[in-house]
Ligand binder design. Structure first.
Ligand SMILES: Cc1cc2nc3c(=O)[nH]c(=O)nc-3n(C[C@H](O)[C@H](O)[C@H](O)COP(=O)(O)O)c2cc1C
Length: 334
């Protein structure tokens, strides 16, 4: 067990009487408050240099922070210090919104998993733009994940994404189009052929645009989506978001299985990797893939790369394993 697992994680898991979202907020606040000196110490401990170039962007290493961890970009300078070779902020929406009622984030510890139904709680695209403008570059590539505002009808989704895009693309090394969160009603229908074509038609151009997909799509549906991605010049695919499936949960976590929302972590490992493999095969490696889902150890990262991912991202594994996992995963590429 690492220092994180024996000393830090038990403390974090007790914050707020065990409430996962309070622990998340506490951690973000602490990370946002780190001094440059402490960040420098962390950087010496965790940073890995294993440069790679993907869709024309140079990454110091291939392991990134997945969307949803730092939705509003409040702790941006700290993520590279914890070893991350890139950071995806968001998902943000054109209009600020509170998200779903709490509780909306649950740990399933025996399964090394999480269920969330956050519902894109975020301060909005303009607030993020202001923060990024004040901050300047963070030293590693920055992805910005865009989603649809809850109040915007699906028929007006393109304009809603476009509003966020206009405010934010200047700060982004890539834009992630999130059409795969299970927590905004109807959002996943934007993965369908004609809706995605309209969306990509409007957004592709100035910076690389990647499409984040759900692990619950059938292979024919993924194949159809890939055709649109290729036809409309998407720079890549991010696979995958959380799943609606509840397969693979430990017995002790069954009582929580009924919580609505997306499941992430270990139960997702194999499904996400299969999707990455399918995308890689189907496109003959032509479309770069960011592999995400259930990477809980360096071997999972290595397998994700073997399946065809050019980059990987962590979320739930980072909650359970801490920054040692970032480093170990990045070292698999040296
Ligand atoms: C609490 C939580 C919030 C998330 N929020 C977002 C989000 O806003 N946008 C997004 O694209 N993915 C979001 N995700 C999905 C992750 O980015 C990732 O795709 C998914 O959790 C699978 O990776 P993992 O098993 O390493 O966690 C969220 C995941 C969690 C656990």
């Amino acid at each position: 067990m690492t220092f994180f697992e024996t000393a830090v994680r038990p403390v974090l898991f007790r914050v707020g009487g065990g409430d996962a979202e309070q622990a998340h907020e506490f951690t973000l606040k602490r990370l946002a408050g780190l001094s440059p000196a402490v960040r420098a110490v962390l950087r010496r401990r965790y940073a890995v240099s294993a440069p790679t170039e993907v869709f024309g962007v140079r990454f110091p290493n291939a392991v990134g922070l997945a969307a949803g961890m730092d939705k509003n970009g409040v702790a941006l300078p700290s993520w590279p210090a914890l070893g991350f070779g890139f950071v995806e902020v968001g998902t943000v929406t054109a209009k600020p919104q509170p998200g779903n009622d709490r509780p909306r984030l649950f740990r399933l510890r025996d399964s090394e998993a999480v269920i969330n139904r956050m519902g894109f709680n975020n301060e909005g695209a303009a607030a993020l733009a202001a923060r990024l403008s004040a901050l300047g570059p963070i030293g590693v590539p920055l992805g910005i994940s865009l989603g649809k505002s809850k109040v915007t009808p699906l028929e007006e989704a393109v304009q809603d994404y476009l509003d966020s895009y206009e405010l934010l693309h200047a700060y982004a090394d890539y834009i992630a189009v999130n059409v795969s969160s299970p927590n905004t009603p109807g959002l996943r229908t934007l993965q369908d052929k004609s809706a995605l074509a309209s969306l990509l038609g409007a957004l592709v151009g100035k910076v690389p645009v990647l499409v984040k997909i759900a692990p619950d799509l059938t292979e024919p549906a993924v194949a159809e989506l890939l055709e649109v991605c290729l036809a409309y010049g998407a720079a890549g695919v991010i696979a995958t978001n959380t799943t609606l499936s509840r397969d693979g949960l430990a017995a002790a976590d069954q009582p929580r299985a009924g919580e609505a929302g997306g499941l992430s972590g270990r139960p997702l490992t194999e499904r996400a990797r299969k999707i990455v493999h399918f995308v890689h095969q189907e496109t003959g490696g032509k479309l770069p893939i960011i592999g995400v889902g259930g990477i809980a150890g360096p071997d999972d990262a290595a397998r994700m790369f073997d399946a065809g991912a050019a980059l990987v991202q962590l979320y739930t594994g980072f909650i359970y394993r801490g920054p040692g996992l970032v480093r170990a995963a990045a070292l698999t590429r040296t």
